[in-house]
Design a binder for this molecule. Structure first.
Ligand code: ZN
Length: 266
């Protein structure tokens, strides 16, 4: 069954696999090639739900997803205290060049520029690491698809005076869903040049209303074809396309040996 893997480019606390998803991704790409696991776009899995592709063609497939859309997905940066970090995109390009293996990924980005600026200022280093200046370039190259991670992630940094923030499950009425889903897709398309096809629930949280009612009815009208959770598991024809399971690096596996076992378990 196809497996969706999740990495975070901006959460770094060291230079080894367990503390640095850049180190982990580079090692995992080698493992996937060694195990003959094809990396396919998330759209292939969504095609299978639509009957446009056979599930059997995706048996060993792996989908790469990156959460929060930091520029470290795209651009090498000098990380304070840790030194130069190769971006996820450049790790993929290096791997393609070394092995000839085709690669692709989805990056789930936060739509609101103001929200990203506040998060960058308060939770990162205020160096513009949540900027959107790479989205259209990525869209043109087609290696990394920019998808939706909501309007503002309901992140506490956006309004530190609101103690209810930081809980995406509270997005449970038509008005707040329209902002976090419709408005986010609109804004991302305006900046990237491509309408998002997939949504990733911030913090892996969703209200019943958003997950079971709003997205299944409204999603297709605005171009969305599915949504990913952070509930661990493989994807299959019986999965809920609006709550697709995903494994998270350094939560569900912490080494290439563990990833190998995880992939072999399906
Ligand atoms: Zn997130």
């Amino acid at each position: 069954m196809p497996t969706i893997l999740t990495y975070h480019s901006q959460i770094l606390s060291g230079d080894d696999y367990a503390r640095n998803d850049h180190v982990a991704l580079a090692a995992d790409l080698r493992l996937l090639t060694d195990c003959a696991r094809p990396v396919v776009p998330l759209s292939f899995v969504l095609d299978a739900f639509d009957g446009l592709r056979n599930w059997s063609s995706l048996t060993h497939a792996v989908v790469l997803t990156f959460d929060d859309g930091a520029v470290l997905d795209w651009r090498d940066i000098d990380y304070p205290g840790l030194g130069p970090q190769r971006s996820f995109a450049n790790l993929m390009r290096d791997h393609i060049e070394q092995t000839g293996t085709p690669l692709c990924a989805s990056s789930f980005a936060i739509a609101s520029r103001r929200a990203r600026e506040e998060m960058d200022r308060l939770s990162l280093f205020g160096r513009g690491w949540l900027s959107d200046d790479w989205w259209s370039e990525a869209t043109r190259e087609q290696m990394i698809a920019i998808e939706s991670h909501g309007l503002d992630h309901d992140h506490p940094d956006v309004d530190p005076t609101d103690p209810k923030r930081g809980n995406f499950a509270r997005i449970d009425d038509p008005q707040s869903c329209a902002l976090q889903i419709d408005r986010a897709s609109h804004d991302i398309e305006r900046i990237s040049g491509r309408r998002p096809q997939a949504f990733a629930y911030p913090y892996g949280q969703a209200s019943d209303y958003l997950r079971r009612h709003y997205l299944p009815s409204r999603g297709p009208q605005i171009g969305l074809r599915g949504a990913v959770s952070t509930e661990p598991g493989a994807v299959g024809p019986g999965s809920d396309r609006w709550w697709l399971p995903r494994y998270v690096c350094n939560r569900d596996w912490c080494s290439t040996a563990e990833l190998r076992r995880l992939l072999e378990s399906h």
